[in-house]
Design a protein around this ligand. Structure first.
Ligand SMILES: [Zn+2]
Length: 393
């Protein structure tokens, strides 16, 4: 076995306090962690770095297939404005080369796993060759019964395509798009499609405040601007999150609620009580781009809820860099400690995707990847505008 060791001023393990002058030893061929400790004596074959070592990132929310939509929608006033602009774009201009480029960029900047929303099987070829572990969420959208039938076929087709590329069936599941685009009937269809495999579900949640008005009393911009058949969307008098009965009753092991920009404290309590293991995914740059607002992460932490980080897609972000997301969150919430921010971007995402036995922390036997953060303010243990991330193994 060939062993290599990486040493730096700090190592964030996610299982202990950060280790000063830490060293991580890894099996070169498998990437398995062999040892983590403070550097007291010389270890042969040690590479020394300036900065902080962290386990590989887990991007909990991405749409890899939308890379070709980079810069296509400029300065939207809100999510609704953005979605209406997206409808007008040519959806069939998937770019394999560009997708490959961003998959490689994600890997080299330290991403080890991605929770990826897929409307098609376009990215299957890239994922087949990728070193990143993708959890593929086949996203279904629609309210009418005809659309539900189409969605069932769509899911089967995408799934079969993925399987033909050798993607593991456990890494493919059906997920709903958002409360404003999925009828109770389609929620039930999704639950049926995932029958016997209710490991994980993901949904865009409360990304715009009009989602709540839609369910509370059939009012707001979704009603005014979207071609919705309101007879298929129930008035519940409650917020959109509390209205998704079928999602609550789905019995999923883990539920990824993505964005949560307009989730109230009561909504958060509701999620904590009604979902087995809820994960609250924040996509800082996309949230600012679309709504100029991020959920108050401190409220999530006060309630002991698990925060994850995603990049969302290149249609609402200028790159798919996890460290850029962490930097923005660190600026917006200055009280957050670096080790907590890193946990959101690594271990919590690994738990959300059910990959924590392998990824997310430096523990003997895991193979999370070793990532170097450079240009960190080591004196105050904070990220700077110039902080970069790069994979060492
Ligand atoms: Zn999304």
């Amino acid at each position: 076995m060939e062993k290599i060791s990486f040493a730096a001023q700090y190592v964030i393990t996610n299982t202990s306090e950060p280790i000063k002058n830490g060293v991580v030893s890894v099996d070169v061929s498998t990437g398995e962690i062999l040892e983590i400790k403070q550097l007291t004596n010389e270890i042969p074959y040690t590479e020394f770095y300036n900065g902080v070592l962290i386990p590989g990132f887990v991007n909990a929310h991405c749409h890899l297939e939308l890379c070709h939509l980079k810069d296509k929608v400029k300065n939207p006033k809100s999510l609704i404005d953005f979605l209406l602009a997206m409808f007008r774009l040519d959806a069939n201009s998937y770019d394999e080369k560009l997708t490959l480029k961003y998959d490689s960029l994600m890997y080299s900047s330290g991403v080890s796993a991605v929770g990826d929303i897929c409307n098609t099987s376009d990215t299957a070829g890239v994922k087949e060759k990728s070193k990143i572990h993708y959890k593929n969420f086949v996203e279904l959208i629609g309210t009418t019964p005809e659309r539900c039938q189409k969605d069932i076929l769509q899911f089967e087709n995408v799934k079969n395509d993925y399987l033909s590329f050798g993607i593991d069936a456990n890494d493919i599941s059906a997920v709903p798009h958002a409360p404003y685009s999925v009828s109770p009937e389609l929620f039930s269809v999704i639950n049926r499609l995932n029958k016997g495999k209710k490991e994980i579900i993901s949904i865009h949640n409360q990304e715009n405040f009009n989602e709540n008005f839609l369910y509370e009393n059939h009012s707001g911009e979704f009603v005014e601007k979207f071609p919705l058949d309101l007879s298929l969307i129930p008035v519940t008098g409650k917020t959109s999150l509390k209205s998704m009965k079928e999602l609550c009753e789905g019995g999923y092991e883990r539920t990824l609620l993505v964005h949560n920009i307009y989730s109230s404290k009561e909504d958060l309590d509701f999620a904590a009580e009604n979902f087995k293991n809820p994960f609250f995914v924040v996509c800082p740059k996309s949230n600012i781009f679309l709504e100029n607002k991020i959920i108050d992460v401190n409220v999530l932490l006060e309630k002991n809820l698990t925060v994850c980080i995603g990049t969302d897609s290149l249609s609402s972000n200028d790159n798919l860099s996890m460290i850029e997301e962490v930097k923005l969150l660190s600026k917006k919430f200055e009280n957050l400690k670096l080790e907590d921010l890193i946990k959101f971007a690594t271990l919590n995402g690994a738990k959300a995707l059910g990959l924590q036995s392998k990824l997310g922390s430096f523990e003997i036997g895991k193979s999370p990847g070793v990532v170097l953060l450079e240009n960190v303010d080591l004196h105050n243990f904070r990220l700077t505008d110039n902080t970069l991330s790069r994979r060492l193994i």
